[in-house]
Every structure is written in C-alpha cells, then in structure tokens.
Design a protein around this ligand. Structure first.
Ligand SMILES: Cc1cc2nc3c(=O)[nH]c(=O)nc-3n(C[C@H](O)[C@H](O)[C@H](O)COP(=O)(O)O)c2cc1C
Length: 306
C-alpha cells in the first residue's frame, strides 16, 4: 500500500525508455523520494523510495528527453502540457496590486457569473499544491444564486435543529470540559452566529452566504492534509479576483456540519461525501461595493530568527 487517499491506495508506476535516456540526472534532482540513480550514464529505479511513488510527476515533468512515464495515482503522461510562456506570468508588482485591491465582498450585483468563469476558477484551483498527491480535495459547486440561497436556507433550518448547542445551560455544563477559551469562543462567536444565521434568515436576510451568484465549498476526507482544501480555496479566491469577481471566504459553515447524525444527513443531502478536519466556502460574484483605499494589515508576529 502507498500513502492512502480516497482516490487511490496504490503507488504509481514509473517506466523509463532506457534507449533514449541520456543520463542527464534531471529526474534524480527532481525526485524528492530517492527513486532514481544514475548508473553507467543511464537512470535506474532504486529500492530506496520511502513511500513508494506518490505520483507527483516531477520526474516526468523534469525529463528533457520525455522518456519517463508515471502512471497511476490519477497520473498519466497524457496529462503533461507545455509550460506557459514565462513572459505572461504576473510580476511581483502586478500580483501585489491584485492582492492589495482584494476585499472580502458580501454585496453582489444581481448578475450571474458566467459558466466559463466558474470553469476557469476550478481549473486554477486544481493547480494548488497538496500534502500528498493526488489531491484529496473535494468541491461542491453552487452555480447560481438560487442554489446558493437554497443551501443557506437549509443550513439555517439545520442550525435550528441543533441550536441547543449554543444554549446557556449547555455552555455552562460544558465549560469545565472544554475550558475557558472554548467557553469564550462559544459565547462571543458561536452563539451570535446561531442568532444571526437562524433568526435573520427567518426574516429573509442571508448572512450565511449573502445570496452570492456562485459558491464553492472545498473540503477534504479523513485522509486529506487539513491545509489542502484551504489552499485550494485560496487559489480559487485569487482566480476569482483575477477574473474581475468579488470574493469572500466563509469559514462558519464547515465546523457545524462535521459531527453527529443530523450533520451526516445534511452532508449527504448536499453531495458532501466526507467529514474533514478543515473546509472552506468561497463565494463569487460581481461586487456591488467599491473601496477607494486599501488597508495595511499585519501578522500577529513575524519573528526573524537571528
Ligand atoms: C478562513 C476565513 C473564514 C472566513 N469566514 C467568514 C464568514 O464566515 N463570514 C464572513 O462574512 N466573512 C468571513 N471571512 C472574511 C473575513 O471576515 C475577512 O477576510 C476579514 O474581515 C478581512 O477583510 P478583507 O478580506 O477584506 O481583508 C473569512 C475569512 C477567512 C480567511
């Protein structure tokens, strides 16, 4: 067995056309799992691989002769493509400008997002790095406002059914078990979230996903590195920005739909196949709020080791 994901539990298979290999060693350099050695000016596959081939494809992408084929773990040589021209990648300045202009957008024009842009966002998000290939990120795509709204209304109904979690008696009962920080978080964040998501939705105000024209939910599986869906969501958000859309990440749905039978039924209803440590929504649409200035934000700490 190789490192398991929901897509595959087998290692990939590497084959080399030795007649055409010129022993340049680029694959040895590119492989981070000690899979290759140059012996007598030809590459050989070693038995030193730590994990078995995970199918990152780096050897195949680095080989100037095109003589390496990695197959399995969702990879095949047919997926190789020519690198885009270096001259069209964003410069630091243009990338920074896009990042500085980005804001979390929660008000959208009543204008659908083109199908082509949804596809472009998904294409870009799938370039994201992952802990171990192949990506075990799953995405639920809500392609129009009606679907986005229907999800929010259903989520609000679901929250109503588990609202006792944010009741005073339950929080007081649990405080000795889950500690001060969790108690503070419950009272200052979770309880108000319930209030707004349930009570305001009943009045017609959607604070859950803001009736966005498009939403995507990125989540993992029990195998997925918890960072993977978050990184994929970030790529999607940035792709949305590059396409001229307003975007906002939404973290508040995911934790509520992980535990218990009701959560499982809710997940099943919406095509969410797994529980996962981390997950994130991103909403997209044409912004109906415009900012005249950017704002300098800072990390809590940058400690430069001397
Ligand atoms: C992980 C994460 C979760 C978030 N969850 C929500 C959310 O549930 N609802 C919401 O309105 N905004 C959410 N946001 C948006 C933040 O509130 C927003 O990024 C922050 O206020 C800073 O604003 P800016 O993105 O315009 O710089 C989230 C952002 C991140 C990164």
């Amino acid at each position: 067995m190789a490192i398991p994901t929901t897509r595959t539990k087998k290692p990939a298979h590497v084959s080399i056309d030795l007649e055409k290999c010129n022993g340049c060693g680029e694959c040895v350099n590119a492989c981070s799992d000690f899979s290759f050695e140059i012996v007598d000016k030809k590459v050989t596959i070693t038995d030193k691989s730590v994990f078995g081939c995970v199918g990152c494809g780096h050897c195949m992408m680095a080989c100037p002769q095109g003589v390496i084929a990695v197959e399995g773990r969702t990879l095949a040589p047919v997926q190789l493509f020519d690198l885009p021209d270096k001259n069209i990648v964003p410069t630091y300045d243009s990338l920074l400008a896009m990042l500085q202009r980005r804001r979390s957008i929660r008000k959208f024009k009543d204008k659908p997002v083109e199908q082509e842009k949804v596809n472009q966002i998904l294409e870009a998000a799938q370039t994201a790095p992952m802990g171990i290939p192949p990506s075990d990120v799953h995405v639920v795509v809500f392609e129009n406002k009606k679907q986005v709204r229907a999800f929010a209304e259903d989520f609000s109904k679901y929250l109503t059914s588990i609202r006792w979690i944010a009741s005073n008696w339950f929080m007081t009962l649990m405080r000795p078990f889950w500690g001060k920080a969790n108690d503070e978080m419950m009272r200052s964040f979770i309880k108000p979230v319930f209030d707004v998501y349930v009570d305001d939705m009943e009045k017609g105000d959607n604070w859950i996903n803001y009736d966005a024209p498009v939403a995507m939910y990125f989540y993992g599986s029990p195998y997925t590195d918890p960072a993977d869906p978050i990184i994929a969501a970030t790529y999607a958000m940035l792709a949305g920005e590059a396409l001229g859309l307003g975007t906002c990440m939404l973290g508040a749905v995911h934790p509520f739909i992980q535990t218990g039978k009701k959560a499982r039924l809710f997940r099943e209803k919406w095509g969410i196949k797994h529980k996962s440590r981390e997950g994130l929504f991103v909403i997209f649409g044409y912004a109906d709020v415009h900012y005249k200035k950017g704002i300098r934000r800072t990390f809590a700490d940058i400690h430069r080791v001397s």
